[in-house]
Design a protein around this ligand. Structure first.
Ligand code: ZN
Ligand code: ZN
Length: 349
């Protein structure tokens, strides 16, 4: 089968590999229909994820058809169309039973990381019974690739811990696919009084406007000007919810400046360096700061929200490629905020 591997720092390559086989009774082999590229795949390509070694098949997002099942999987059958969660959870270990399969003792984020992933014609999914989700025919299979990771991350790491109330004010820092998914979910589910988004690249700011942001500001303005302009849009007050979707010190500092009395910062960004917490300014403001991994426990709810037409993951899809063109898809996705790329769908030839 054809598969995309992390070859060495800076390089991915399409290679031929043997089709994966069932190794454990709880495994499934899924024939991929559509997959996608995540910012995390770029981090691996750039050498920022040392736990992912050269030769690994990349990808942790996708939709497919069950091709084979281990004898221990009782809730799925061969031929089922399924959504692949970016998190593999056994459902039984202490962390899974505490609702945190992201920290599963024999799983977590392993696909396209420590085991071969979804950017291939077939993928082996461990703990299949609790890590694959039947995809109803009414849910578009291409758009659903944004449900593997981007939407549950937005929902579980930004929205649910954000204690949102209808009529609240929200500032989102970061306009990548996850930031825009946060925008879509907040707008539809909580009727906020105002959503302001800070991001990089005019295409993404335009996309945010199109998805219902009331105000958009370019991060190029710098933190001082951004703080002044953002607070001015909110009558001088800070925001009820501030979402950090970038993961660098400057953006986390900006989030602290935008936070209102009684507000919450929900951190989604993956931080690679230390960052300052200005507790001297924040300690008395009745605030909350949360940070967590995505567990994908809400996938059934999110599939339901797609079925009820409250959210449309396809709105995040900017480009569609054939698997034979995946190198071009990587090149485009690597341009990030400087082009109009958001989520890409890669479909099998
Ligand atoms: Zn991802
Ligand atoms: Zn577990």
């Amino acid at each position: 089968m054809k598969a995309v591997i992390f070859k060495q720092i800076g390089t991915i390559e399409t290679v031929y590999r043997s089709k994966p086989e069932i190794q454990q009774p709880t495994d499934a082999i899924v024939k991929i229909l559509h997959t996608s590229i995540c910012g995390t795949d770029l981090h691996i390509m750039r050498g920022h994820v040392p736990t992912c070694t050269p030769g690994r098949i990349l990808g942790h997002e996708g939709v497919g058809v069950i091709d084979a099942l281990g004898p221990g999987v009782s809730n799925l059958k061969v031929g089922d169309h399924v959504l692949i969660s970016c998190i593999s959870g056994c459902g039984l270990c202490k962390h899974c039973r505490a609702g945190m399969p992201s920290h599963c003792l024999s799983g977590g984020w392993i696909l396209g990381h420590t085991i071969d992933g979804t950017q291939a014609e077939y993928v082996r999914i461990p703990h299949a019974g609790s890590s694959l989700y039947p995809l109803p025919p009414s849910v578009d299979a291409q758009g659903a690739v944004a449900l593997s990771d981007a939407f549950p991350t937005a929902y579980e790491c930004a929205i649910l811990p954000g204690k949102l109330k209808p009529g609240c004010t929200i500032a989102i820092v970061g306009a990548g696919p996850v930031g825009l998914a946060v925008l879509m979910l907040a707008k539809k589910l909580f009727s906020p009084r105002m959503i302001l988004l800070v991001g990089k690249g005019q295409h993404r700011l335009n996309a945010a406007k199109g998805l219902g942001a009331d105000h958009v500001l370019s991060s190029a303005l710098g933190n001082d000007a951004l703080t002044e302009m953002a607070l001015a849009e909110n009558n001088g007050d800070g925001f009820d919810l501030v979402v950090e979707c970038v993961g660098i010190p400057q953006t986390f500092e900006l989030c602290q400046k935008l936070l209102g009395l009684g507000g919450t910062i929900t951190n989604v960004g993956v931080h690679g360096t230390k960052t300052d917490l200005h507790l001297q300014d924040l300690w008395a403001k009745n605030i909350c700061i949360t940070s967590r991994l995505v567990d994908t426990n809400t996938l059934n709810d999110l599939i339901g929200l797609v079925q009820s037409k409250m959210i449309d993951p396809e709105l995040l899809i900017s480009h569609r490629f054939k698997f034979s063109d995946i190198t071009n898809a990587y090149e485009l996705f690597n341009t990030g905020s400087s082009t109009n790329v958001l989520k890409v769908v890669i479909s099998m030839d």
